[in-house]
Ligand binder design. Structure first.
Ligand code: SF4
Length: 291
């Protein structure tokens, strides 16, 4: 899909935003969550494609990309709205032909779109709710997720892992949680260790959640093992799979990662001293050139 031109928003931390331009964040042309009813949400895109990250890399999914995020990661490559503010739906996977649907979407409209993609685009492992930050629409999702499970596919949440207070209501309806741990060396923002701790703890102690969780850490040349040692204070189950994801260059022409092999190997070896399954995986969908 051709990416829209980015327009920087005003930022609560303008000094950092000026130093590290917020590549993915665009000035919104759709309503922010607070102005919406719980039965509606601004959705940026819905499409069928291949998961490129984490535990289910390579699996076919329907992706629901919500607009907006409360964070401001320097490496963010996700446009937060379409230029028109409408939801773009790719009815034929990989066609790059996108239909426009009026935002905000009602719950029943989103379930209907997902259902049609599941019916027409072959077998899918799951439906990925991504963003932006899907948990900004937690109430909306409490109505959507059970309907998706009823369609016979798993629900998969991609989240920054920073809003435990919004996660709780969704726990009965989540099959897979891909939880980020945000490293300041990559985000160029303040750490969020306490929020990550509370978020992960909720997934471990609440018996209502019976799904899987894995951790994703985007890292770069500035990331140190000392910084990654925070994982030990967040991820209390050593069997939780940890993905170290090299930061993808934002410059379109850059076809190779900027992280030295010895650096990523040292980091993996170090983290593997604390956890039983530590994997290094770049964003494979970028190499496949799929959405
Ligand atoms: S949490 Fe994700 S969507 Fe939000 S700014 Fe960071 S990278 Fe972008």
């Amino acid at each position: 899909m051709k990416q829209p031109a980015y327009i920087s928003p005003s930022s609560p931390n303008q000094a950092l935003a000026d130093k590290y331009p917020p590549h993915g964040l665009v000035k919104s042309t759709v309503a922010f969550p607070k102005t919406l009813s719980p039965q509606e949400a601004p959705v940026q895109e819905v499409f069928s494609s291949i998961q490129g990250e984490g535990l289910y890399a390579g699996c076919r999914q329907v992706f629901v990309r919500f607009a907006h995020c409360h964070l401001h990661c320097a490496y963010c490559d996700t446009p937060m709205t379409t230029p028109s503010g409408q939801c773009a739906v790719e009815w034929q996977a990989g066609s790059h032909q996108w239909a426009s649907v009026e935002n905000p979407l009602k719950q029943e409209a989103l379930v209907d779109i997902i259902g049609q993609l599941l019916t027409t685009q072959g077998k899918h492992h799951s439906v990925s709710f991504t963003g932006g930050e899907p948990l900004l629409y937690a109430q909306f999702l409490t109505g959507v997720l059970p309907q998706i499970q009823a369609l016979g596919v798993k629900t998969y949440l991609e989240t920054s892992g920073t809003q435990p207070q919004l996660l709780e209501a969704l726990l009965p309806f989540l099959d897979v949680v891909a939880m980020d741990v945000k490293l300041p060396s990559a985000t160029k923002q303040a750490p969020r260790w306490d929020e990550h701790r509370a978020f992960y703890a909720l997934l471990q102690v609440n018996p209502i959640f019976t799904g899987e969780v894995f951790i994703k850490c985007v890292f770069n040349h500035a990331t140190t093992l000392d910084e990654l040692s925070q994982l030990k204070t967040i991820v209390t189950n050593p069997d939780t799979v940890i993905y170290l994801q090299p930061e993808t260059p934002l410059v379109k022409e850059a076809s190779t990662l900027t992280i030295q092999a010895h650096h990523l190997l040292q980091l993996q070896a170090g983290v593997a001293g604390w956890f039983n399954d530590v994997r290094v995986l770049p964003q494979t969908h970028k190499f496949l050139q799929v959405s």
